[in-house]
Design a protein around this ligand. Structure first.
Ligand SMILES: Nc1ncnc2c1ncn2[C@@H]1O[C@H](COP(=O)(O)OP(=O)(O)O)[C@@H](O)[C@H]1O
Ligand SMILES: [Mg+2]
Length: 374
């Protein structure tokens, strides 16, 4: 491929994107704020710099032809200028701006008739205190929250001191039956494809994905409805690229959109081994305007996030690795991070098995056997 690829962000998502980019013979340029980022030693050109700084992003983008992101917290004004000067910027900067702010995201769903949990906008903690009738609720930061760090459950008035004193949302607590995610892709010609829905199981304390199963164990009718909803959303956004749509299925069987990410996502890692086309290859096909790949499931799979063990910080030691690698269909992905901290995403293991019950047993075994200490 002639066109040079620029990626804003050099974490594990960028790293897995590089793996696919090599197969397409793409020249990869990465910008990331840390010199030892997971992509540092792997990109053709790696630059250390602030993703929020206009000049840094603009000068970086000038050297590339197609620019994409693996993190949303980037300078969109620079991306707009690059786009206006003829660079291909996917996802489009306007879409990134909408998604950077959960308040705008939620308002977009309401304005376009997508089902989502009821919410009110709050500007500060006083607004939260003035709306105690809305509890039990989930207080969310409008901007800059990730992996559960911008989310606070407020069950009753006793929890109010935990509320955020910043612009955000107060969202009705949903009685969640299951959390699923559907990843969809769209290329510049308007072709769209959906990955079959996966089921996400969250860590009880850390609020981030602990493991997932593909396909989700949910009624077929519901899965089809979720896929249709995600496809409708990427079309409504008029977006080119990859969109991960997180959804709740509530105990009454309603499907609600929780939030979206306009990039590769933790809920699609299993696609490398489990699907005909991976989410990473699909993103490259979408932004280079190539025909999209078949996203169908090749073999049922599970993914276990390898999180830094509580109580350990420092150089990582992977305990139980041999036992895990003895399992048939176990695939290890280490992200190359030099230090582990509690709950930090250090890698993942994908497991495949035609039998859903055996798959679950394997996932639980990995979860209980593999520990990242220091
Ligand atoms: N309205 C809600 N009701 C119940 N649980 C919720 C609600 N909103 C979020 N959660 C829980 O918190 C998790 C993180 O929330 P989310 O908005 O996805 O934030 P993040 O950006 O950290 O992923 C969700 O995956 C879900 O488990
Ligand atoms: Mg989320």
């Amino acid at each position: 491929m002639q066109e040079k690829l620029g990626i804003l962000g050099g974490g594990q998502l960028g790293r897995m994107l590089i793996q696919s980019a090599i197969n397409y013979n793409m020249e990869v340029h990465i910008l990331d704020p840390t010199c030892d980022a997971p992509c540092a030693a792997l990109a053709h050109h790696f630059q250390v710099g602030d993703l929020k700084d206009f000049d840094t992003v603009y000068q970086f983008g000038k050297r590339c032809d197609i620019i994409t992101i693996e993190i949303e917290k980037v300078n969109t004004a620079a991306l707009k200028k690059l786009r206006d000067e003829g660079k291909k910027v996917y996802p489009q900067p306007e879409v990134i701006e909408l998604i950077q702010d959960k308040r705008l995201q939620k308002q977009f769903y309401v304005a376009h008739g997508f089902p989502t949990a009821d919410f009110i906008l709050v500007d500060n903690i006083e607004d939260v205190l003035a709306n105690t009738a809305y509890l039990p609720a989930v207080n969310k930061l409008g901007r800059d929250g990730y992996d559960g760090r911008g989310v606070q459950l407020l069950r009753s008035e006793a929890d109010l001191p935990k509320a955020f004193d910043a612009p955000g949302l107060l969202e009705k607590l949903v009685n969640i039956y299951k959390e699923i995610a559907v990843i969809v892709a769209r290329n510049a010609s308007g072709e769209v494809r959906a990955f079959p829905a996966v089921e996400m199981v969250f860590h009880p304390e850390a609020n981030l994905v602990e493991y997932l199963f593909s396909p989700a164990e949910v009624e077929e009718k519901m899965l089809k409805a979720a896929e249709a909803m995600a496809l409708k959303l990427i079309e409504k956004l008029d977006m080119v690229g990859l969109l991960a749509v997180e959804m709740f299925i509530d105990t009454d069987g309603n499907i609600l959109i929780n939030e979206v990410a306009p990039r590769p996502h933790n809920s699609g890692h299993q696609s490398i081994e489990g699907n005909i086309t991976s989410q990473f290859e699909q993103l490259l096909r979408a932004i280079y305007n190539l025909p999209l790949g078949d996203a169908a499931i090749r073999v049922p799979s599970a993914m276990v996030n390898l999180l830094g063990e509580e109580g350990y910080s420092g150089s990582p030691v992977y305990e139980g690795l041999h036992e895990v690698l003895r399992l048939s269909g176990a695939h290890l992905h280490l992200y190359g991070k030099n230090t582990t901290t509690p709950f930090r995403k250090m890698g993942h293991v994908t497991l495949t098995d035609a039998d859903a019950n055996i798959l679950k047993q394997k996932a639980l075994l990995v979860k209980s056997t593999l520990k990242i200490i220091s």
